[in-house]
Design a binder for this molecule. Structure first.
Ligand code: XMP
Length: 511
């Protein structure tokens, strides 16, 4: 029997969390759009199927629907929210508008002891629905309810079909992961076997098979995704891979040297280093509009990468560090809610008219899985765990025009801030932390001297995917220490401020 779970996506914003949770439990899972053909489902050979939530009403015209035959496959099924309503409507129950829409936290009351709830102590669950099941199909029974949903959890043990109105995949359903695990291991009978060590070997043999004796080029930025992509391909085909690193001059302090060290000394690949600092600075001269900066950096990058990669005349493949969330976002039934984020990723991206075939060995993985794979590949820890860094780099961390002097001041201040965060053991709790050099001068006094220098803003946020974020609640003493070190050690800054804006309404970067 296969040990994979197929998730049918009905358009919920949190479908990818289901895939994450299932993989965290140790079972490989993939998301398919709800209208995938039965043949494709059979081809995937799932051992169980999960129906996601979704924004539609099952009673609406054109509501996302599935073939009845899915129920004849004899596979265990778990329906979540819309998934529950769809199961009920298709199998003979009924669904109507709820008198009270339920959004947010609710308390699950277990009506009947059931393996689905084994070991569940905290019963807070997260609801988000306008419709509610009114009548159950034959063979189903209610096993849990909430104040507004009498059929908050239902089961048909004979057919192994289970469903719930709440979302076990979100963290606000406190022990939702236990419920998912019970479905997977106790009810569907699967044994967790998905781990990065085995995945690495499978991925390496797939790359060998795809690439054969051909050549591959890969653009690297020093970020986790492109480094792990390169390390994985290097392990598979070694010197058939050429990595190209374009130094924009807009990286963090010493970052270019670190990237060169890894690629020149630790990975068995061909490595091309392009020092393009002057070109980027020249093209950016006098530009202060954020979108203009992004466009210029993107265009300059592509020109340089194109020029360098075209010198490798016998390359057949272009490797890219595309991750699973990017793949899902572009095929999401809602049309992809994250277009802006995607265009961000493309800043470090590649020419449209290149004739190379794409090689995307990370396209099945989430970020934390990429990190785990990086560790399997012995990529240095400080790189594997590094905070995300935007393609346009420090250019969008200094509102106003860009000069070499400003870059250096910002690099030095940022380096102090980050090393203090690391020293305090806080680095891994934070999604992203960085300094922003403001084009504002203020008066200060140092010794007996009047100073008139720039303001630096510190930013640190917690987030799970960067789409929303909260500012990190540092202790005041910590902030005081960082501010005083920066003002004392970095010439050009005489005032430091901490940004306490969440996203929304702010964004993570200042530009
Ligand atoms: P915002 O500022 O939109 O950032 O809240 C969300 C995440 O995206 C990163 N970011 C970018 N990444 N090119 C990139 O590659 C960009 O132009 C860009 N702008 C923002 C940001 O660092 C955060 O992780």
């Amino acid at each position: 029997m296969s040990n994979k779970i197929l998730i049918l996506d009905f358009g919920s914003q949190v479908t990818k969390l289901i895939a994450r949770r299932v993989r965290e439990i140790g079972i490989y899972s993939e998301i398919f759009n709800f209208d995938v053909s039965l043949e494709k489902i059979k081809e995937f050979k799932p051992a169980a199927i999960i129906f996601s939530g979704g924004p539609a009403s099952v009673n609406a015209d054109n509501a996302p629907d599935i073939s009845d035959e899915i129920f004849d496959l004899g596979l265990p099924i778990l329906g979540i929210c819309y998934g529950e309503q769809l199961i009920c409507r298709k199998l003979g129950g009924s669904v109507g508008f709820a008198d009270n829409h339920e959004y947010g936290k609710a308390e699950l009351e277990i009506i009947e002891e059931h393996a689905l709830f084994n070991g569940v102590n905290n019963k807070q669950v997260w609801m988000s629905h306008g419709d509610v099941v009114n009548n159950l199909p034959e063979g189903f029974k209610a096993i849990g309810k909430t104040a507004d949903a009498p059929y908050a959890a239902i089961a048909n043990d004979e057919k192994k079909i289970y469903a719930m109105q709440f979302h076990p995949e979100v963290v606000h359903s406190i022990e939702g992961d236990v419920i998912l695990k019970n479905f997977i291991t106790k009810l569907a009978g699967l044994t967790p076997d998905w781990n990065m060590h085995d995945y690495k070997d499978v991925a390496i043999s797939q790359i060998k098979e795809t690439v054969g004796d051909k050549k591959v080029v890969c653009g690297v930025s020093g970020g986790v995704d492109s480094t792990v992509t390169s390390a994985l391909i290097a392990e598979a085909i070694g010197q058939q891979l050429t990595c190209i690193f374009v130094d924009t001059g807009l990286l963090r302090k010493n970052e270019a040297e670190q990237v060169c060290d890894i690629f020149e000394n630790r990975l068995n690949v061909n490595f091309i280093f392009v020092d393009a600092k002057d070109k980027f600075l020249g093209n950016l001269k006098g530009v202060s509009d954020p979108e203009q900066k992004r466009k210029i950096i993107g265009k300059t990058f592509i020109e340089i990468f194109d020029e360098e990669s075209s010198k490798i005349t016998d390359a057949d493949f272009l490797a890219q560090g595309t991750l699973y969330p990017d793949v899902i976002e572009s095929s999401h039934p809602s049309g992809g809610a994250s277009q802006t984020i995607k265009s961000h990723h493309n800043v470090g991206g590649l020419p449209d008219d290149m004739k190379l075939k794409l090689l995307e060995p990370l396209r099945e993985l989430f970020k934390d899985e990429v990190r785990a794979l990086g560790r399997e590949l012995k990529v240095p820890e400080d790189l594997v765990g590094r905070h995300p860094f935007p393609g346009p780099g420090l250019a969008i961390r200094m509102p106003g025009n860009i000069t070499e002097e400003k870059i250096q001041v910002l690099q030095d201040a940022d380096d102090i801030y980050i090393s203090e965060i690391r020293a305090a053991g806080l680095y891994d709790e934070i999604w992203q932390a960085f300094a922003v050099l403001l084009p504002v001068k203020t008066v200060g006094v140092m010794g007996d001297q009047r100073t008139y220098e720039n303001v630096l803003a510190l930013r640190a946020v917690t987030a799970s995917d960067g789409m929303t974020a909260d500012y990190y609640p540092f202790e005041h003493d910590f902030l005081g220490k960082v501010a005083s070190r920066i003002i004392n050690e970095v010439r050009g800054i005489n005032r430091v401020t901490y940004d306490i804006t969440s996203k929304p309404p702010g964004t993570i970067e200042w530009e």
